[in-house]
Design a protein around this ligand. Structure first.
Ligand code: NAD
Length: 476
């Protein structure tokens, strides 16, 4: 640790923890890949043996249904651990790099080394998945980590603290709970990498703090993820897939379909299919099936989403399905809205709740223009049978990820990089991409003793050398 780092850490309440992790991270550099795999297996086994505790904590936090916990918190974490265990030797192996003619005689390779001490900050919406999945990537890459769960899901946060105390020494992995001030204190420390998942607004705060220590960051952020349902789409298929992607977790998903462009020619038929799909998936005898539908996480977010609906109505939009809100239970029905102006808050802010605006469109140009005028989305969904339209959308609209005729499932393929662009994120995670995010790719060039191609060009610079250099500069 240098002097500046030392002064900064000494006055910080987490100084001792940070120092112990710094020492440990140096020791881990010499550790084996099998040792990392052993730790990943510890996590995988703990998750398998404690799934009931995870399900209970998520229910206590926001009544998340068991199937959704299994599908979106437990399975992705277990699968990520299995994937890393299976591939780690290959990922971590030094890789040879080609040698250009100018460097003849030498050999170049890329070594992947751990970054060191990492800070992982998670949001509340998938509180288990979004803290433990990056931890798997950090451990696979050979790091130590301090984990900061969201204070808004305290039951899951406590469970994860217990989990880590059971599995690891605090010099290796430690959960730190607390409010914003705690996160700020952690952010002041000279971490080797910060992996933050949350809103673009807090992402900026994190990046600013990281800049003070020139700490690298992965920012997994949010924003408005649009859907395009063109005139060739199978509307029943689209409606069923989108209703699940939108209302799972009560719409509190970073890659949830946020708003939808629907071609005028199929608008009414699609809207009717959406309503049918919502009733089929989430209603029982005319009432929301509460056991299959999570709640809004707290009063603050409940009031925010209720405010979005009031704003729609004030601005002349129409609630075409749902809209009933129950403040006592933090419950807002799956809701469809239409006819709102572009200035309404639902068209400007990330909705992050069970409210789905539908927008009519006539031609693809206006859709592409509308989407590309907003910040680049984290996800984009296209429902279609037209390869030509899909090709155009993939080529012309920047986005973190695109699903064609599917919603949200690209998150679950470990072989795809996951992350946003600019406002929706910086850097990628999942599988190999997550492993690399927590690693430094170190270039190593090995030369033979007594041999070097550059020797021909050592000074004094004669005319011959100058001529030779010109040839090299032009052709090699
Ligand atoms: P948030 O940005 O409010 O909070 C995220 C974390 O930052 C929490 O742990 C919180 O304690 C901390 N935090 C909050 N304010 C802070 C401050 N001023 N200084 C330092 N730390 C602070 O986000 P959220 O409400 O928990 O989650 C919702 C957001 O996260 C949405 O924008 C959503 O799209 C995004 N998200 C993105 C992904 C992804 O993978 N890209 C996944 C889930 C959620």
């Amino acid at each position: 640790m240098n002097t500046a780092e030392r002064t900064q850490t000494e006055t910080n309440p987490f100084a001792d923890l940070f120092k112990s992790q710094k020492l440990k991270s140096q020791k881990l550099r010499g550790g084996s890949i099998n040792e990392r795999k052993r730790k990943l297996k510890l996590i995988k086994d703990w998750v398998a043996n404690n799934s009931n505790k995870i399900i209970k904590a998520l229910y206590d936090d926001f009544k998340k249904p068991e199937v959704e916990v299994l599908l979106s918190e437990i399975q992705p974490v277990a699968a990520a651990a299995r994937h890393a265990i299976h591939n780690l030797h290959r990922w971590a192996r030094p890789k040879s790099a080609p040698t250009p003619l100018t460097l003849f005689g030498s050999h170049s390779s890329i070594y992947v080394e751990p970054k060191g001490v990492c800070l992982i900050i998670a949001p509340w919406n998938y509180p288990f998945n979004l803290l433990i999945l990056p931890l798997i990537e950090a451990i696979a890459a050979g790091n130590t980590a301090i984990l900061k769960p969201s204070e808004m899901t305290p039951h899951t946060a406590q469970l994860m603290e217990n989990m880590m105390d059971e599995l690891f020494e605090e010099s290796e992995v430690k959960v730190v709970q607390g409010e914003i001030k705690t996160t700020q204190q952690l952010l002041a420390l000279p971490f080797d990498h910060i992996f933050f998942t949350g809103s673009p607004a807090v992402g900026k705060i994190v990046m600013e703090a990281a800049a003070k220590n020139l700490t690298s960051v992965t920012l997994e952020l949010g924003g408005k993820s649009p859907v395009i349902i063109d005139e060739t789409a199978n509307i029943k298929d689209a409606a069923e897939k989108l209703v699940w992607g939108k209302f799972m977790n009560c719409g509190q998903t970073c890659i949830a379909p946020d708003y939808m462009f629907v071609h005028t020619s199929i608008f009414d038929a699609f809207e009717a299919q959406l309503k049918k799909a919502i009733k089929k998936e989430y209603y029982n005898a005319g009432e929301v099936n509460k056991s299959d539908y999570a709640r809004i996480v707290n009063k603050h977010h409940y009031a925010r989403i209720a405010g979005l609906l009031e704003d729609v109505v004030e601005k002349g939009g129409k609630i075409s399905f749902g809209g009933t809100a129950n403040a006592e239970e933090n419950l807002i029905e799956p809701t469809i809205i239409t006819g709102m102006p572009n200035s309404s808050r639902v068209m400007q802010e990330e909705i992050f709740g069970p409210v789905l605006p539908l927008v009519k469109y006539e031609n693809m140009e206006e859709v592409i223009e509308a989407i590309t005028q907003k910040p680049k989305p984290l996800a984009l969904y296209h429902f279609t049978k037209s390869k030509k339209n899909t090709k155009r959308i993939i080529n012309e609209i920047p986005a973190g990820g695109i699903c064609v005729n599917e919603s949200v499932l690209h998150f679950t393929n470990h072989n795809l990089p996951f992350g946003g662009v600019n406002n929706s994120g910086i850097g990628k995670s999942h599988g190999y991409y997550g492993f690399i995010a927590f690693s430094n790719e170190k270039s190593v060039l090995k030369q033979r003793v007594g041999l070097t191609s550059i020797k021909f060009f050592y000074p004094p610079y004669s005319n011959l050398i100058t001529k030779l250099t010109r040839i090299v500069a032009k052709y090699l």
